[in-house]
Design a protein around this ligand. Structure first.
Ligand SMILES: Nc1ncnc2c1ncn2[C@@H]1O[C@H](COP(=O)(O)OP(=O)(O)O)[C@@H](O)[C@H]1O
Ligand SMILES: [Mg+2]
Length: 240
């Protein structure tokens, strides 16, 4: 399996705070990786590092190949224009001519069942709709890697299910014209969601990787206890 990301002793420090320390990990194409851990454990910093929004202050973080990446945040970032333009502008910025971008934006909106909201100012949509709009924007860009930072944390159960469904379709490759699976890396506080969507789980504690296991092993409580007692406590209590 070819590695898309290869981190060697990677660290990120903010002054005296070690947000990430000595992280060694490789992520291959088509994996669906969940990042879990308490608040402040380094999940967002790791996503930002992988997405190139943050440089390592120690070690190396290699992103191999010309992987196209998209990232979604807990609170979607929307420009002060229509839903359709929010998608079209993202395409236009990547070089798609404006008329084609407008057309592709509509297809993407249909994909997430927001075509009827195409002309609405994006910022007037509900939280769940905005997150689906963010998914449409990512989908339109046909990324090889999709990163999501607690994408459903502020959504109600119904909206959460809809976004999860789209994440699953992303991971399966159903959204790609070439059908290739997308590498999905997401931070989540929701262990049910992790179980449903991840093939691999990385547990972080104070910026360090304490467990890195296939999803079945992570949720095998005896196996997890043997690998990391604190990860085991985290899963048992959902929160330490
Ligand atoms: N820009 C920043 N400046 C200073 N400290 C930061 C910054 N970003 C994150 N941190 C610190 O790094 C640690 C990890 O944060 P973060 O990656 O956001 O964790 P998580 O996403 O798991 O909650 C925390 O102690 C946080 O306060
Ligand atoms: Mg975070």
């Amino acid at each position: 399996m070819s590695l898309i990301f290869d981190l060697q002793s990677a660290g990120v420090s903010f002054g005296p705070v070690h947000a990430l320390a000595d992280v060694n990990l490789g992520i291959g194409a088509g994996e669906s990786v969940a990042l879990v851990g308490a608040n402040g454990s380094g999940k967002s910093t790791l996503l930002r590092l992988l997405h190139g929004l943050q440089r390592p202050t120690a070690g190396q973080c290699a992103c191999n190949g010309a992987a196209r990446q998209a990232m979604l945040f807990q609170r979607p970032f929307m420009l002060r224009t229509s839903a359709r333009n929010n998608v079209a502008l993202a395409l236009w910025l990547r070089g798609t001519p404006w008329q084609a971008a407008k057309q592709q934006a509509l297809v993407a909106l249909e994909r997430v069942e927001l075509a009827d909201k195409a002309g609405r100012p994006a910022r007037t949509l509900s939280g769940g709709q905005q997150q689906r709009l963010a998914m449409a924007r990512a989908w339109a860009l046909q990324p090889d890697v999709l990163m999501l930072d607690e994408p459903t944390a502020s959504l109600d159960p119904h909206a959460k299910r809809e976004v999860e469904q789209l994440m699953a379709e992303f991971a399966s490759g159903a959204q790609r014209q070439d059908g290739r699976p997308v590498t999905v890396i997401f931070a989540s506080h929701n262990l049910g969601q992790v179980k449903r969507l991840a093939t691999r789980v990385i547990y972080l504690e104070q910026g360090r990787v304490q467990a890195d296991l296939p999803v079945q092993e992570f949720f095998d409580i005896e196996r997890l206890r043997a690998v990391s007692p604190t990860a085991h406590l985290f899963v048992k209590g959902e929160q330490v």
